[in-house]
Design a protein around this ligand. Structure first.
Ligand SMILES: [Zn+2]
Length: 194
């Protein structure tokens, strides 16, 4: 629980929930949750929980904001509203391997076509998604295994893993915290010490 590393996050396996965000509840009270995290003074929970919040469709976030009357727009809440589009941009950067063509490629024509088709497919089906950590999953590599050469798969995997890690590392700052994950980890350890 309470992941402060990408590895720990992946172990929790949120991807199904995030990809199936149409399931109930149909509002996400992102501001109320933020207030609560402030009240219990748990900044290490902010990036991962706000990431989950911002993965929701924007309508659901706005409906959640309105719960309990008009909220006061504090600087922290402004940060979260700005983080939503920022998180969407993260998808593009995590998927940047689709735009690359690799020098060691063993079947340039085939790989080029496949990478182009994948880009088009994602643009057509997933353009509204804001979950860079889940947009491309481990099982997706198996799906493209026969369509991309081994060299391209290897390079794409590397670039994808790097992009995910970079986004994860930026999360504290995206969600308004002036510290790094390792500092949050220290705060968490200190607070949870029996
Ligand atoms: Zn190739």
């Amino acid at each position: 629980m309470y992941p402060t590393s990408l590895k720990a996050w992946d172990r929790l396996g949120y991807s199904r929930d995030i990809i199936n965000l149409r399931a109930p509840p149909d509002v996400y009270p992102v501001f109320q949750i933020l207030d609560l995290l402030k009240e219990i003074d748990a900044p290490w929970l902010v990036p991962a929980i706000m990431y989950l919040g911002c993965s929701n469709p924007i309508q659901r976030i706005l409906d959640g904001v309105a719960l309990g009357g008009p909220p006061e727009l504090t600087p922290e809440k402004r940060v979260i509203l700005i983080a939503c589009p920022e998180q969407a941009l993260g998808v593009e950067s995590v998927l940047r391997f689709l735009k690359q063509r690799f020098p060691g490629c063993r079947a340039p024509e085939k790989c080029n076509t496949e990478l182009l088709q994948l880009s088009v497919f994602i643009a057509e089906n997933w353009s509204a998604c804001r979950f860079p950590l889940e947009i491309w999953e481990e099982s997706d590599w198996e799906v493209v295994a026969g369509d991309l050469c081994a060299e391209c798969i290897g390079q794409c995997r590397k670039m994808h893993a790097k992009g995910r890690q970079e986004f994860w590392d930026r999360m504290p700052s995206i969600f308004g915290l002036n510290c790094k994950w390792y500092e949050l980890e220290k705060l968490k350890k200190a607070a949870l010490k029996p």
